[in-house]
Design a protein around this ligand. Sequence first.
Ligand code: PEP
Ligand code: MN
Length: 340
Amino acid sequence: MIIVMKRSASEQDITTMIHEVEARGLKANVIRGTERTVIAAVGEERVAGIGSLESGPGVDEVLPILAPYKLASRELQPESSTVQAGSLTVGNGQIGVIAGPCSVESEEQIVTTAQAVRAAGASALRGGAFKPRTSPYSFQGLKEEGLQLLAEARRQTGLAVVTEVVSPEDVELVVEYADVLQIGARNMQNYRLLEAVGKSPRAVLLKRGPSATIDEWLLAAEYILDAGNDQVMLCERGIRTFETHTRFTLPLASVPYVQQRTHLPVVIDPSHGTGHTYLVPAMAQAAIAAGADGLIVEVHPHPEQAQSDGYQSLNFAEYEAMMAACQKIAGAMEKHLGML
Ligand code: PEP
Ligand code: MN
């Protein structure tokens, strides 16, 4: 339920209503908008006495939240959310650009990439230290050493670090080094992991599972929000279809669809979404034209030598050209791209 408070409601009224909600065994989430305050009463709504909340002090109306996801829904929070983590801003007219290699491989690789993407306007550095690989024989990442190298690249460039965490036990360690915790597509429905990052003090980039419906994806985001973390970005990275010419199928309609139903910023991953370097710039531009709030793009100094995902990574010159093309689209959308 959403308890919409009157404009004239006092702090005392709001506190009283929070207690009333909690007394019914529901969780009260207070959202203070520019216009008025609403209290989201989340939990089992068929509890007795819910209707009587409408006669509480300072209450304007009590409405059901129709979407299965509550805290993520626009019904609850009409204003779009912005995520801020160090140098990275995503939302509110700012298109965050997260660029870097699929995997952190060496100090030279990650630092030179950070410098190159920073010079071409990236707002954050990506790089996997813990890699969830389809095959157990593929490179699994440098783990803590990789995190240390990411921190060194941040020290040298000022770029915020976005890196994946693959298990709840690793959250504490990754939080020490990262500015944004990435939840990979394969882990979108790892609910213990979602709860763990929801309790962490870091922003979260939640990738869509390749076979997940949008409702499942938004309910996964709901786990993180419900655990108390409101710094959540959704990342569309492509889904599995019958098509085999692209690695995944990248549905850009997700951008306006999700933006209509939720207040969370949406980031597009044209690298995993296509699986081919030559398709990445066009889909990055299309994502911005569709209204995306951010991009996450794989960039490597020598894609042909990459330990993972080289076939979909841009080299520095290609990245620079992509940013120049994206900048034109961002201008037409009256938005700022990365740190350009
Ligand atoms: C990645 O970002 O390198 C990655 C493994 O992505 P996804 O989880 O979307 O497959
Ligand atoms: Mn990758």
